[in-house]
Design a protein around this ligand. Structure first.
Ligand code: TRP
Length: 372
């Protein structure tokens, strides 16, 4: 077996992720310029995350476009494990999902895996993950999804519908498969062993409910791919299409490398105050700058490893401004402190608006939530 210096699983992301290696390891396809041109034909423009290859890989996107061009519309499916408050890493996937919904005018099925987080996090109780699902839903609604075409559901509260379908998946899924995929052990609790069955359900639930096969496209951060490798094997056995997938790179942790995760260090939450944002970025954002200003001016910084710059590739929409920042940092014209200040302003402007919409979302919850 190859020993890599990074790990990407649904439960753990560690080290400096080499995304080209991941494409090979996972057996996915790179998102080519040719495919992007096909997307652009339908969307008119490309989202910055596509232009910048922040979404960098896929499974069967070409097939989804073939079907779409034949008039066979897809729906979107993505999800959230509500173990804690939402942070900016999660939000970026959903911002892109919102763009897809708008451009293709399609439904979004959004799964809240409160069951999963209860089963996988030793310290969480089931009431807490369940109520966190609704707290997290505010962040999703705040992004402006179409209330007529967006369905958010907690696995626990939508169980009557979900469980019947999960059983069909579970019957086709063996312990040896989940063991090989996730490294489960004899002492792994049986809920965890079952869980991929639940996460597979939204890959075909709309087809069940509408009594016709509908293609499914799943935008996700690439750590979730393992579940859907399993779903893709099983769907045809149940008579449904394999879901197509679009894979996103992680928003890096402020301290550099890996994904931004609360368990591993410093994150920015959607509810952080401007002061907290400023403090975290100034104190923790890993810098590609030189040790002294003189040296920096002379030799220039390294934007490719600088986390503030990496974050701006997620939050600065203006391509020409981003390019200028890259060049100025590399040449030494722009100092680390100034770059951090740009990021702080960008994030705080974004959060100001998001937080206001998040509060308004409390009144809209009913329009989005599915329950049995
Ligand atoms: N398991 C995911 C998490 O822990 C949540 C999830 C459920 C999900 N279904 C999904 C994520 C589909 C992406 C796509 O965050």
């Amino acid at each position: 077996m190859l020993v890599e210096d990074f790990v990407v699983t649904p439960w753990e992301v560690k080290g400096d992720v080499d995304y080209n290696k991941l494409i090979k390891q996972f057996g996915t396809q790179p998102l080519t310029d040719e495919l992007l041109a096909r997307v652009k034909k339908h969307t008119g423009e490309l989202h910055p995350y596509l232009k910048r290859k922040i979404f960098f890989s896929h499974r069967d996107l070409d097939w989804i476009l073939n079907e779409y061009e034949k008039g066979n519309k897809f729906y979107l499916y993505t999800g959230r494990g509500p173990s804690e408050k939402v942070h900016l890493g999660h939000l970026t996937v959903w911002m892109f999902t919102k763009w897809l919904q708008e451009k293709f005018d399609v439904e979004l099925w959004f799964q809240m895996t409160d069951d999963e987080k209860f089963l996988f996090k030793p310290d969480l109780n089931v009431e807490d993950t369940n109520s966190m699902a609704y707290e997290n839903a505010l962040d999703i609604i705040a992004l402006g999804f179409n209330p007529k075409k967006t369905f958010i559901f907690s696995d626990i509260d939508y169980a009557k519908t979900m469980y019947k379908e999960a059983l069909k998946v579970a019957k086709k899924l063996t312990f040896s498969t989940v063991k090989a995929t996730f490294g489960f052990k004899e002492e792994t609790n049986v809920g965890q062993i079952f869980f991929t069955s639940m996460q597979s359900v939204p890959c075909f639930l709309p087809s069940v409910l509408k009594k016709k096969n509908i293609p499914c496209l799943i935008p996700l951060a690439i750590d979730q791919d393992a579940h859907f490798r399993i779903s893709r094997d099983i769907m045809p056995k149940l008579g449904y299409y394999k879901p197509a997938i679009l894979h996103q790179r992680f928003l890096p942790a402020l301290t550099g490398s890996g994904k931004m995760s609360a368990s591993e260090g410093i994150t920015i939450y959607t509810t952080d105050t401007p002061e907290e944002v400023k403090k975290k970025i100034n104190k923790y954002a890993f810098s590609g700058g030189r040790d002294t200003i003189e040296e920096h001016r002379k030799a220039g910084g390294n934007p490719d490893i600088d986390v503030s710059y990496q974050w701006l590739t997620f939050f600065e929409e203006d391509d020409s401004r981003l390019k200028r920042i890259y060049e100025d940092y590399k040449s030494g014209k722009l100092l680390t402190g100034e770059l951090k200040q740009m990021l702080i302003e960008k994030v705080n402007a974004f959060l100001k608006e998001h937080q206001a919409k998040r509060e308004q979302a409390r009144k809209q919850l009913d329009k989005f939530i599915l329950k049995d």
